[in-house]
Design a protein around this ligand. Structure first.
Ligand SMILES: Nc1nc2c(ncn2[C@@H]2O[C@H](COP(=O)(O)OP(=O)(O)O)[C@@H](O)[C@H]2O)c(=O)[nH]1
Ligand SMILES: [Mg+2]
Length: 358
């Protein structure tokens, strides 16, 4: 994305340094290496692999280790978190994957209807595979979910398990995969039943990152979408990167009619209503700063000035007191990133389709 380049570079280089650092025990530690091996060993044994990607970064969230296997009609690319991505861009990415003979499926794991439709699609797919391989329709099917950290594998597994067609007795003993906004929470491969007669099981797996990420842009996108542990990413740099994306997009134009700063000073954020007020104030503040901006977005210095002005008004919108300038900025940055990640600040697809980015 032109204009965000310098922010991507700065952030990306800092993340890449962490990934290269031998002391970064969290990045690709022996647990991840062992889990990666266990997953790779199981891939040839399962009937179907669902590669879960983040719909906001359909390319950058690729599970690179899958490339070791010949492209297989067994695999489905699940673009999860579609509710956070641009709807029209997700459609374009679906077409792109279809042209490459992949089977893509966009989903929001928190949406029951989406999950029900996906289960129907999956069962039809399994019937096709059984027919083409002449295997019995009554045989148990095992499906494995793979993906980088935090793309929503466990949330997806839970939803399929809860909504799947299993008996009432089995529904009484539902298991629960740990779902967390922080990457790296799933430690083991766990099986969940998602259909009976014939039985279908789904294996949830730990998220695996490539041992090293050599691309600044990919690193930045992984950091922004939450695939990397936040403590190793400079939150203020991350927020700068996000604001450069927002300022270049059309999303903020929807916030034109929000009146800003009419909420009381020192309001305490303690309920959904207050949270909604904060979201409105943040949107209004961001819009106002862009509307009164006289510089050129494409000029890096101008863009930095705009972002700094946005940080200042955001302090008020988030009610962050100015005890120390650095602390205040880092609190604002963390709050802003949290709002972005829950879809409250617009829908962005960060990856550009290969054929349109020349
Ligand atoms: N908005 C949205 N959030 C999701 C979706 N799927 C998962 N999440 C959230 O993404 C975060 C990571 O999910 P998790 O299942 O633990 O990811 P995993 O590391 O791939 O297993 C959690 O905060 C989930 O609630 C989705 O489709 N939409
Ligand atoms: Mg998980």
């Amino acid at each position: 994305m032109v204009g965000t380049t310098s922010f991507v570079k700065k952030l990306g280089i800092s993340v890449m340094k962490v990934s290269e650092s031998k002391s970064s025990s969290w990045w690709y530690n022996h647990h991840m290496r062992a889990a990666s091996r266990a997953i790779l060993e199981r891939i040839p044994l399962v009937d179907l692999v669902l590669e879960v990607r983040d719909a906001r970064i359909p390319m950058s969230s690729e599970y690179a280790q899958l490339r070791k296997f010949p492209s297989s009609s067994k695999n489905i690319i699940v673009l999860n978190k579609m509710d956070l991505a641009s709807h029209s861009k997700t459609k374009e990415w679906m077409e792109y994957f279809k042209e490459l003979n992949y089977i893509p499926y966009a989903i929001n794991s928190h949406n029951k209807d989406n999950i029900k439709e996906f289960l129907n699609f999956l069962q039809a797919r399994i019937r096709d595979i059984r027919r083409s391989t002449d295997s019995s329709n009554t045989q148990t099917t095992t499906i494995m979910l793979v993906g980088i950290p935090n793309v929503g594998k466990s949330a997806f597994a839970n939803s399929l398990h809860q909504i799947g067609r299993i008996s009432a007795t089995e529904k009484g003993k539902l298991k629960h995969a740990t779902v967390s906004p922080h990457p790296g929470e799933t430690k083991n491969i766990t099986s969940f039943k998602i259909a009976s007669n014939p039985n279908i099981y789904i294996l949830d797996t730990p998220g695996i990152l490539p041992p090293e990420i050599l691309d600044a842009e990919i690193s930045s996108k992984l950091a922004l979408t939450g695939a990397l542990i936040d403590s190793v990413v400079d939150q203020s740099m991350l927020a700068h990167y996000f604001l450069s994306i927002l300022n270049f997009s059309d999303e903020y134009k929807k916030w034109k009619n929000i009146s800003t700063m009419d909420k009381k000073e020192n309001q305490i954020i303690n309920d959904d209503h207050t949270q909604d007020c904060v979201v409105q104030s943040v949107r209004g503040a961001l819009f106002q700063e862009i509307a009164s901006f006289k510089g050129k977005m494409k000029d890096e210095k101008d863009m930095i000035q705009l972002i700094e002005a946005q940080f200042t008004t955001l302090r008020k919108a988030f009610n962050v007191s100015l005890d120390s300038f650095e602390d205040a900025n880092s609190i604002v940055a963390t709050k802003l990133i949290n709002l972005y990640r829950t879809g409250r600040l617009g829908h962005y697809t960060l990856d550009t389709l290969p054929r349109t980015c020349e």
